[in-house]
Write a protein that binds this ligand. Structure first.
Ligand SMILES: NC(=O)c1ccc[n+]([C@@H]2O[C@H](COP(=O)([O-])OP(=O)(O)OC[C@H]3O[C@@H](n4cnc5c(N)ncnc54)[C@H](O)[C@@H]3O)[C@@H](O)[C@H]2O)c1
Length: 265
């Protein structure tokens, strides 16, 4: 893919991984359509792009979990740039909590994972990604433009305690590439590849919302012994965009996580 002539649509572009991807692809000369629900973070991300000399972008405020917003987003991207080539749905959130939290003495349930926290996470991470992927794919298939869709899963697709909602959304997202590429083959939609990524613990504002002592203990399972930097994820997506052999799969970028805590002597 010729990245200088590519139009890249990023959701969740106001912060963290999405913002880093925007900067990286902006520096590579791509046209950027940047979406976030938070006007302020979007504005800051836009100002940052201007400060590093990236001018070919448009920002668009939308809630990607709303079907109408998704439609408007895609229409506006095409109105502005005439096509979409790379779609990176980064908008996501966490609302951590245990399914059940018991009073130690009485064993009575003190708190439980609320239905709101369940729904908020599934609405954005799963429903929102579905809408972005579906609505962009529709136009890309009809347009016949060279295309790449990059659904964002997570290493926590393996099942993180305290994240039943988040892990459920991310295991579902990890299946998108396989199912969609199979359907594309069936329907001879051959211009679009779908390659997911599953990042490990990455230095972004999202991680600041996690319980920091839990994060510290999770980091002990990382061979690289540090957080992933968002730019490392952006560079992986740059590689994926140029390597056609990568398709229909979800690639992990974690620094090497050891899930097993058992010790064999
Ligand atoms: N940070 C990590 O360690 C990590 C690890 C694995 C996967 N991820 C995934 O990467 C993606 C980006 O995460 P991040 O760490 O950069 O998070 P972040 O919190 O820094 O950024 C997420 C952005 O999404 C936006 N957003 C949230 N809900 C939205 C909605 N309904 N409509 C539009 N925008 C919305 C937020 O305003 C925010 O700007 C997420 O899908 C996350 O699950 C992150």
């Amino acid at each position: 893919m010729d990245l200088k002539n590519a139009v890249v649509l990023v959701t969740g572009a106001g912060s963290g991984i999405g913002a880093a991807i925007a900067s990286h692809f902006g520096k590579l000369g791509s046209s950027l359509f940047l979406v976030d629900k938070e006007q302020d973070t979007l504005k800051n991300a836009g100002n940052f792009l201007i400060s590093i000399g990236v001018k070919n972008f448009e920002t668009f405020a939308a809630d990607i979990s709303q079907e109408l917003d998704s439609k408007k987003m895609v229409n506006q991207a095409i109105k502005r740039f005439g096509k979409i080539n790379i779609v990176i749905p980064c908008a996501g959130l966490i609302r951590d909590g245990l399914l059940l939290n018991l009073e130690k003495e009485t064993k009575k349930v003190k708190s439980k994972l609320s239905f709101d926290d369940w729904q908020d996470v599934l609405n954005v991470n799963l429903n929102g990604t579905f809408l972005t992927v579906r609505d962009c794919a529709e136009k890309m298939a009809e347009g016949g433009w060279p295309g790449l869709i990059v659904p964002i899963s997570s290493v926590n697709k393996a099942g993180q305690l305290g994240q039943l909602n988040y892990s459920s959304s991310k295991i579902a997202i990890s299946l998108f590439p396989k199912v969609i590429i199979g359907e594309f083959l069936l329907k001879k939609i051959l211009n679009i590849r779908v390659v997911g990524i599953a990042p490990g613990y990455t230095r972004t504002p999202m991680l600041e919302k996690m319980n920091q002592s839990v994060l510290e203990s999770l980091l002990k399972t990382v061979h690289l012994n540090r957080l992933i930097e968002p730019i490392e994820i952006a560079k992986l997506i740059e590689h994926i965009s140029s390597n056609e052999a990568l398709n229909g799969t979800t690639v992990e970028i974690t620094g090497g996580i050891c899930h097993s805590h058992g010790v064999v002597k």
